[in-house]
Structures are given as C-alpha cells and as structure tokens.
Write a protein that binds this ligand. Structure first.
Ligand code: FE2
Length: 320
C-alpha cells in the first residue's frame, strides 16, 4: 500500500524565527510545500544532527557566519549539492566551492566611530586599529564570538599568521575595557563615552536606527569602511546547506533556490538590514545611508579553514 505524503521540508535554523518565518510562509503559499522550522543555537543544532545521524529529519541547516557553516561541513552533517540556480545567483566567494553551503545574505563588519570623537581621515584599515594612537579607545566583543574569529581569520588570510598575531596584540592593547556584551553593547559603550570606536556588524547599527528607543544613540555613530584602498571591508554571510541525510532533498533544494530569487532576497536582506547576495538586490534605506563600499573578495571558505588559527592567535594575545 502506498501512502501519499504531503511535501514538506524540515529546517534546523540558527537564525531567529522572526527573520525567516514570513519568507517560509510565502514559499509554502507559492508551492504547497510545508516548512517545519526548528530554531536553536547553531552549535547545538549541529550536535543534534550528529546524534540523530541517518535518522535526522533535518533537510536544511541555516546558520549565520561562514565559520559555523564550515564547521558543519567539517563535522560531515551537510551534503554537496549542485544547483545551477544557486551558483548563478550567488557569487563564488560567498559559497562553498564544493557546494556544501551557500550564502543567502551578506553582512559587513566595518569600523564604527562616534562623530566628534574621531575624524574619518584618522581611520584607514583594520590593521591600523593596532596603532598606539588608539590606546584605550576601542570596544569589541570577546574572542569566543564567531564574528571576531572570522575577522581575525581574514587578517591571517591577507597578512599571514605572524602579522595577524602582532595585529591582535596591538588591538588588545587598545581595548577600552575587557570585552563584554554583544555588538550592540559595543555601539552603546562608544556613545556612552567608554570608547571612541566599536567594531560591529552593520545590521546591529541598522536595527538600532530602526528602533525608536535606540535611534538617538545610534545616530551618534558613523560607519567607516576600512581597507577601501586595498582589499575592501571584511564581510561574512548567513547561509544554508542541505543536510547529509535530508529526507526531502528535492523540496529542500527548491527552498534554497527560492531564497535567492529577487523577491525573497529583498525581503530577507531588508528584514535584518543585511545585504542581498544577488547583484540586483535592493538594500534597506538605512543600509543605503551607510554608503557604498568595496567588499573583500576573499573566498569565505578561507575564513572557515583559518578559524582554529584565528582562535589560537586571539588566545595567545590575551583577547578575552
Ligand atoms: Fe548577529
């Protein structure tokens, strides 16, 4: 006896539900494919997939930061897929060359500064943040945060591990306080006078500008795009891969392909003040206000590869 199953896709998501749910509902309305969303901490979702093994119901893993997607691939919970639609839509640097994960939104981690405390002409590169002129003036979160690990990995990729270690040492010496809190807390600390510069992802500043309660604080902070004369500003992705034992693989690929359509990209990127990965993608008004910039073209896979080196560098230099 054959039983007809309604088509469905199961997502394990390391992203907040509100940032993705409306998109999934639209997909279901358009295709009739039901989407079941399980939200959790990315590393816990990976562990869950590992312990479920072949019986895992997961079809798609969604995560922020390439460092985690790479980790998922290394733990062997993702499978390589080949999709013309995905490779056409997503620039090569923003996806795994072997097809295990694909960037779905892009995020940037530039230098943020308090207007009046820092002149933009005093700023130049990430490397320059290690200069003694910034002693006691920089706020950034802790080294156990994957965004900082990926940023440090990018310095290793471009400057080498020895130069990255002296950079990290100089940067740590310039911290205004031992790292604490998330990216938003660094922005708030800068405005409160704890430091003059914060390193943070732009969507946090975007979120604050869009929030009536935080807008007055956020308006005092400006974006500086570093390394514009050379490689460009450090970027990262949120992205997804197909689970190794995906029971609904065809529908899962269909969903990823849906997420890079112009309509989906616009909603997904704008909802969290991120950048679309497709070239024709629209930006939120707030992001447009941060100005155009040159993004580092480094293949993001490199950041995953260099993650453990980055952690070692940060450890050795006392980045708490
Ligand atoms: Fe974040």
């Amino acid at each position: 006896m054959s039983v007809a199953h309604a088509a469905e896709v199961n997502i394990y998501s390391g992203r907040q539900e509100e940032l993705i749910k409306p998109l999934l509902e639209k997909f279901t309305a358009d295709t009739g494919i039901k989407v079941n969303l399980i939200t959790g901490k990315p590393d816990e979702l990976i562990s869950r997939m590992l312990s479920e093994g072949r019986n895992s119901p997961a079809d798609i893993l969604i995560s922020t930061d390439v460092g985690r997607l790479y980790r998922a691939q290394q733990q062997n919970v993702l499978q390589s897929i080949n999709s013309e639609a995905l490779t056409q839509a997503i620039p090569a640097a923003l996806r795994d060359p072997a097809g295990h994960w694909y960037g779905l939104t892009m995020r940037a981690r530039p230098i943020l500064y308090v207007g009046g405390k820092v002149k933009p002409e005093e700023l130049s590169t990430y490397e320059d943040l290690a200069s003694p002129k910034w002693r006691g003036r920089i706020c950034v979160r802790s080294s156990d945060n994957i965004y900082n690990q990926s940023m440090t990995a990018s310095i290793i990729a471009h400057d080498g591990v020895t130069a990255a270690e002296s950079w990290a040492k100089g940067l740590v010496a310039n911290f205004a306080r031992p790292p604490k809190g998330g990216d938003r807390d660094q922005i708030k600390a800068a405005v409160a006078g704890v430091c003059d510069i914060a390193i943070a992802n732009t969507y946090y500043l975007g979120g604050m500008l869009a929030d009536k309660n935080e807008q007055a604080v956020a308006q005092q902070v400006k974006v500086f795009w570093p390394n514009q004369a050379d490689r460009g500003a450090h970027i990262n992705i949120s992205g997804a891969g197909i689970a190794k034992y995906s029971p609904n693989k065809a529908a899962a690929i269909q969903l990823l392909e849906y997420m890079v359509t112009a309509e989906a990209q616009q909603w997904y990127a704008v909802a969290n003040h991120e950048y679309p990965v497709i070239s024709s993608g629209k930006l939120s008004d707030i992001l447009q206000g941060f100005g155009e910039f040159k993004a580092d073209q480094l293949s993001l896979e490199k950041l995953g590869e260099l993650n453990s080196d980055a952690i070692r560098v940060m450890d050795r230099t006392g980045w708490k």
